[in-house]
Design a protein around this ligand. Structure first.
Ligand SMILES: C[C@H](O)[C@H](O)[C@@H](O)C(=O)CO
Ligand SMILES: [Mn+2]
Length: 420
C-alpha cells in the first residue's frame, strides 16, 4: 500500500509527464548536486583561533539568538543536526579561523594538520570540504587593507596566509576525494572617495600572482576570487571589484565568485550566469539575500533564488558552478537558518528541473511569446510540492515543516544549555 506522499508523487509525475518531464530522472540529477554549506552561520563568523576578536571586514551579524557554537565539536554537532534535515549529500565550507587546534598559530603559519579533525569528521559524515583564507577580523587588517596594503610586510603576511590556505584546500581535496574550492575574498577598500584607485589594484594583482604561483592539482583544489561592490567602511571603493576579479579570473583561469549581495541593488546574479559561463573556467556562487544592503539574510524561495535555479538548469551550468551559501543571521535559531537556506536552494534547483524546457525553448525560437508566457505561468502552480515531499521522504529527511520540531528539541536539549 503506497503512502499518501507516494500517491501524490505518482499523480504529480503523470501531470509532468504530459509535458515530457521525467520526474524520476530530475530527482536523480538533483541528488548529485552538492551545496557548500558555510560553517560561519553556526557561530556568527567568529571562528576559534581568536574568539575575543570582534568581527571586522565590513561585514556584520545582527541578532543575539542563544546557543551559538563555541567550539569545533559544538559546531560539528550543529552541522550534523542541520545536515540530518537536508536531503542529499553536501559539502561544508570552512574559514581558516575555524582551525581545530589548541595551538596559538598565526594565520600565515596555518598548516593542514590544524584541520585534521575536520577532515576526520568529513570522512565519517561523507562530506566534502571547501575553504577560505580569513582576511579580516585580525590586527593586520585593522586599517581596512590586506593583499593590497601599501606596506609590503603586511601584504606579505596576507600573501602567506592565502598561500597556506591553498595548501590546506588541496589537503582537503586529496584526503576527501572531492575537489576543494578555496575562495579568496578581501575587504580592502576606502570609506570615502580615494585619490588613487589604480595603485591598490596593481598591488592586489601582484599579490594574487604570488598567492597563486604554486601550481596545485586541480582535482584537489580550485581557486576562486570573490568580488564586492562595497562594505561597511568601504562604501566608496573596493579594490576587489567585479571588473577586477572578472578580469583576473578570466586571465588566470580562476573560478569567479558571484555573491548575491555584492552588486548594485538593481543587479541580480542570476542574470550574469549565462554570459560568465561562456568565458569563465568555472563559477562559484555565494547564494545570499541582500535586504537594503549586503545584509546576508537567510535565503528564501524568492524570485531571484528561483531564477538562479532556472539559469543553472536551463543553461546546463551545474557542472561548472559550485553552489555555496553565504548568510549569517543571529536573530533566529542558527541550525534552522542552515536548514531553511539549504532546503530552499535545493528546492529552487528542483523547480527548475520540472519545467517543459523543450516546449518553452521551441516557443521562444518560433516567436510564440504567448505560449512562452502562458506555459511559464501555469507551471508555477503544478504540484512541485508533491515531488519535493517525496524527495525528502526518499532521502530520509523530514517532510515539509516536520524538521522544525526536531530543531526546537535540539534547541531545548543542546543549544539553550550553552548559555550566551
Ligand atoms: C565570511 C565570508 O568570507 C564573507 O561573507 C564573504 O564571502 C562575503 O561575502 C563578504 O561580504
Ligand atoms: Mn560571500
Amino acid at each position: 500500500m503506497s503512502s499518501p506522499i507516494e500517491r501524490s508523487y505518482n499523480e504529480a509525475k503523470e501531470l509532468y509527464a504530459k509535458h515530457g518531464i521525467d520526474v524520476d530522472q530530475a530527482l536523480r540529477k538533483l541528488e548529485k548536486v552538492k551545496i557548500s554549506i558555510h560553517c560561519w552561520q553556526g557561530d556568527d563568523v567568529r571562528g576559534f583561533l581568536n574568539r575575543e576578536q570582534e568581527l571586522t571586514g565590513g561585514i556584520s551579524v545582527t541578532g543575539n539568538y542563544p546557543g551559538a557554537a563555541r567550539t569545533p565539536d559544538e559546531l560539528r554537532a550543529d552541522l550534523e543536526k542541520a545536515l540530518s534535515l537536508i536531503p542529499g549529500k553536501h559539502k561544508v565550507n570552512l574559514h581558516a579561523i575555524y582551525a581545530d587546534t589548541d595551538e596559538r598559530v598565526e594565520l600565515d603559519a596555518l598548516e593542514p594538520r590544524h584541520y585534521a579533525k575536520w577532515v576526520e569528521w568529513a570522512k565519517e559524515q561523507g562530506l566534502g570540504l571547501d575553504f577560505n583564507p580569513t582576511c579580516f577580523s585580525h590586527e593586520k587588517s585593522a586599517d581596512g587593507f590586506t593583499l593590497s596594503h601599501p606596506d609590503p610586510a603586511i601584504r606579505q603576511f596576507w600573501i602567506g596566509h592565502c598561500k597556506a590556505s591553498r595548501k590546506i584546500g588541496a589537503y582537503f581535496g586529496e584526503q576527501l576525494g572531492q575537489t576543494c574550492v578555496t575562495n579568496v575574498w578581501i575587504p580592502d577598500g576606502f570609506k570615502d572617495t580615494p585619490f588613487d584607485r589604480l595603485a591598490p589594484r596593481k598591488r592586489l594583482k601582484e599579490a594574487l600572482d604570488e598567492v597563486f604561483a604554486e601550481e596545485l592539482n586541480p582535482a584537489h583544489n580550485l581557486d576562486a576570487v570573490e568580488s564586492k561592490l562595497f562594505g561597511l567602511g568601504a562604501e566608496a571603493y573596493t579594490v576587489g571589484s567585479h571588473e577586477f576579479y572578472m578580469g583576473y579570473g578570466l586571465q588566470h583561469n580562476k573560478l569567479i565568485c558571484l555573491d548575491a549581495g555584492h552588486f548594485h541593488p538593481t543587479e541580480v546574479i542570476s542574470n550574469k550566469l549565462s554570459a560568465l559561463s561562456l568565458f569563465a573556467e568555472g563559477i562559484l556562487l555565494h547564494v545570499s539575500r541582500p535586504v537594503r544592503w549586503d545584509s546576508d539574510h537567510v535565503v528564501t524561495l524568492d524570485d531571484e533564488l528561483l531564477d538562479i535555479g532556472r539559469e543553472l538548469v536551463r543553461g546546463d551550468l551545474l557542472a561548472k558552478t559550485h553552489i555555496g551559501l553565504d548568510f549569517f543571521d543571529a536573530s533566529i535559531n542558527r541550525v534552522a537558518a542552515w536548514v531553511i537556506g539549504t532546503r530552499n536552494t535545493i528546492k529552487a534547483l528542483l523547480r527548475a528541473m520540472l519545467e517543459p524546457s523543450a516546449a518553452l525553448r521551441q516557443a521562444e525560437l518560433e516567436g510564440d511569446y504567448t505560449t512562452r508566457l502562458a506555459l511559464s505561468e501555469e507551471m508555477k502552480t503544478y504540484p512541485f510540492g508533491a515531488v519535493w515531499d517525496y524527495y525528502c521522504e526518499r532521502q530520509g529527511v523530514p517532510v515539509r515543516e516536520g524538521w522544525l520540531g526536531e530543531v526546537k528539541v535540539y534547541e531545548q536539549e543542546v543549544l539553550l544549555k550553552r548559555g550566551g
